[in-house]
Design a protein. Structure first.
Length: 243
């Protein structure tokens, strides 16, 4: 895959594009501003505007390296159209994804490099991360809310760059999951997301430009999932309430 448009132009949520190929109910575009999901982050929501009207996107399908946008109606589009990302949903997902990076960084630092065993961000403003943390006291885990929100208040810059795959494996801490990593670009590079002074890891999702753009986060629940796994559920306070 080439470098994603939403990585190179994260602020562009409306894009005029050409239809490359169309079938009833789905379309391929010359460029796409949409994040199509993966790594625990839900895909963008959005729509396509054409001479026929407004068409909600219901799914994304990759077939033979080609991205199809699946539409709610069986219209067959052609010519020039507008692709429009749902700004509110992208914003919430970017907040959640940035929050999971901060959570991950705090646990990685406080618990001897513990790795992620699973992650899922949800449409209700919550997310959960599973960590390989055998024998850890859950009461100690609940204390991480303070350093997480401190990092948000510090308004740390969030940036990205690209590294060759071999170099990613050579640098300790860039790969934080036990079983998965972001896909490489067509030129064999892996995207690295950095929160200045706090965290640096491979990731393919969308994020805020700085931690201070997020509202506060609270720890909602901590569960034991098997002998070694601890599941930490977080929520954006403005979505799930305080306390």
């Amino acid at each position: 895959m080439s470098r994603a448009f939403y990585h190179e132009h994260p602020e562009t949520l409306t894009l005029e594009v050409e239809v490359l190929e169309a079938e009833p109910g789905r379309v391929r575009l010359s460029r796409s501003p949409f994040y199509t999901g993966g790594g625990g982050q839900l895909a963008d929501r959005g729509r396509i505007l054409s001479a026929h009207g407004e068409h909600c996107i219901t799914a994304f399908e990759e077939v033979g390296g080609r991205l199809w946008h699946v539409l709610a109606d069986r219209v067959e589009l052609k010519g020039t159209v507008q692709a429009v990302v749902d700004a509110d949903f992208r914003w919430m997902m970017s907040q959640l994804h940035t929050g999971t990076h901060i959570l991950n960084a705090v646990i990685f630092q406080e618990f001897n490099g513990a790795l992620v065993t699973g992650v899922q961000m949800n449409a209700d403003g919550t997310a959960r991360m599973d960590f390989d943390l055998p024998g850890v006291d859950n009461a100690r885990l609940r204390l991480i809310a303070d350093p997480i929100n401190a990092a948000i208040r510090q308004n740390l810059a969030v940036t990205d760059n690209y590294m060759p795959l071999d170099d990613v494996f050579d640098e300790h801490g860039l790969i934080r999951t036990k079983s998965a990593m972001p896909p490489a670009t067509s030129d064999g590079l892996i995207r690295i997301v950095e929160i200045k002074g706090l965290d640096r890891q491979a990731c393919g999702g969308t994020h805020l430009a700085s931690t201070g753009a997020s509202g506060p986060v609270r720890i909602m629940k901590i569960d034991n999932k098997g002998r070694n796994n601890r599941r930490v559920k977080i929520g954006l306070v403005d979505r799930v309430g305080g306390g």
